[in-house]
Design a protein around this ligand. Structure first.
Ligand SMILES: Cc1cc2nc3c(=O)[nH]c(=O)nc-3n(C[C@H](O)[C@H](O)[C@H](O)COP(=O)(O)OP(=O)(O)OC[C@H]3O[C@@H](n4cnc5c(N)ncnc54)[C@H](O)[C@@H]3O)c2cc1C
Length: 365
């Protein structure tokens, strides 16, 4: 009889793990406390980043065995707004990201994985909290290491990818407004001074209005979310359970992008459950790139308005994906900076992350 594996959480990391395990012959059961897919997301745009490694994000999914049959809109141009009131047109020869929809709607990342899961024979139990003894934990964030607020709406804006880098508006964070095919998502994200987030949201909205002109806002809904970051030492916790995606803290420390890492970690966890854990691959594809983003975050929080304006100028002068690849490539210098930063920022009071956490940042109290 097939070995039974229970997975808590039917977000992208839980479902991807489920699909890969079901294809290996396991009898997989997934619990999600939300119905309809997409859990905490309500149909907004997110990116599947494509600037952290040479391998294209969609090819990486193919290599994982997850043929990317969802709407993935390549991003090759963007408008960056800096804190000095300037606009910077950014472009790249190959996509620096793919826009994907989250939530259960047609064409979304979540709907795609639900389809794959159904096809692989995964049993999905929705609207119910998972039992406490599932072998795999994919329940997303446990604590607020960062906070984001988003507004999803219909608009008459032309297709727009705009990002605001102004540390006086979003200290330690950034704001974005994406509109594709009349469907828009506006958001702000911060990892520090999160008490100012509503004010940041108001100011960033004003800045986008000034830069983009008047546009319609219809059928809007908004919400706040928190985000988890920690550097896992392994994806199997000291409690013997496997942790995947944001439940394991895997997101980049720079922008809080976790989709690609969530899917990548699913491949590692599925192999681990099947008895083929690959520590070297985990170090190379998760830990080292994440550590490099700790060093980048340190630099990010030290850039003032002029520093960000310089970054935007640099981004507009060459190939933006090329710049991202250079910035995010791990190396001995970033490793060394990360080690010093990690020692200085280390949470010493104990954290509430999963028992895979080997390092997390001291929280503001
Ligand atoms: C506002 C916002 C914008 C973002 N934008 C981007 C972006 O543009 N690009 C990017 O790469 N990343 C982005 N991220 C991060 C990205 O969304 C996450 O890294 C990714 O969704 C993690 O996937 P996951 O499956 O691990 O967790 P989740 O997507 O959080 O899924 C967890 C699931 O577990 C379920 N669940 C929780 N607890 C239980 C329980 N006890 N029992 C049963 N089910 C449970 C939830 O309902 C949910 O469906 C963003 C995050 C936020 C908050």
């Amino acid at each position: 009889m097939a070995q039974h594996i229970g997975i808590a959480g039917g977000g992208i990391s839980g479902l991807a793990t489920a699909v890969l395990l079901a294809r290996e012959g396991f009898a997989v059961e997934v619990w999600d406390r939300h119905r309809g897919g997409g859990g905490r997301f309500a149909g907004g745009w997110q990116v599947l980043e494509n600037g952290s490694g040479e391998l294209d994000a969609l090819d990486e999914l193919r290599e994982l065995g997850l043929a990317p049959d969802f709407a993935a809109i390549p991003a090759t141009t963007a408008l960056f707004l800096d804190g000095l009131g300037r606009r910077h047109e950014v472009s790249s020869a190959t996509p620096f990201a793919y826009f994907v929809r989250r939530g259960g709607g047609e064409g979304s990342l979540d709907a795609w994985l639900r389809r794959l899961a159904a096809g692989a024979g995964v049993v999905l139990r929705e609207g119910a909290a998972a039992p406490g003894d599932t072998e795999v934990v994919a329940t997303g964030p446990h604590q607020a290491d960062g906070v984001a607020r988003e507004l999803v709406f219909a608009s008459d804006l032309p297709d727009t990818v705009a990002v605001l880098f102004d540390p006086t508006v979003t200290p330690t964070g950034y704001a974005y407004l994406f509109c594709i095919g009349g469907h828009a998502t506006f958001g702000v994200a911060q990892v520090r001074r999160v008490g100012r987030l509503r004010e940041a949201q108001k100011q960033a909205w004003r800045r986008f209005r000034e830069a983009l002109g008047e546009f319609a806002v219809r059928g809007e809904h908004d919400g706040g979310q928190f985000m988890n970051f920690c550097l896992p030492r392994h994806l199997r916790g000291s409690d013997g359970r496997w942790y995947v995606g944001e439940a394991a803290g895997v997101q980049d420390f720079l922008y809080g992008l976790g989709n690609r890492l969530a899917l990548r970690s699913a491949g590692l966890v599925a192999a681990g459950v099947a008895g083929r854990w690959d520590q070297a691959r985990f170090e190379r594809t998760i830990r080292r790139p994440m550590r490099a983003t700790v060093a980048l975050r340190f630099a990010y929080e030290r850039l003032g308005r002029r520093g960000f304006a310089g970054f935007c100028r640099l981004a507009s002068r060459g190939d933006f994906r090329g710049l991202l690849l250079r910035l995010q490539r791990p190396g001995p210098f970033k490793d060394a900076v990360a080690r010093v930063v990690m020692a200085a920022w280390r949470e010493r009071g104990g954290c509430r992350h999963a028992p895979v956490c080997s390092w997390c940042r001291r929280r503001e109290r």
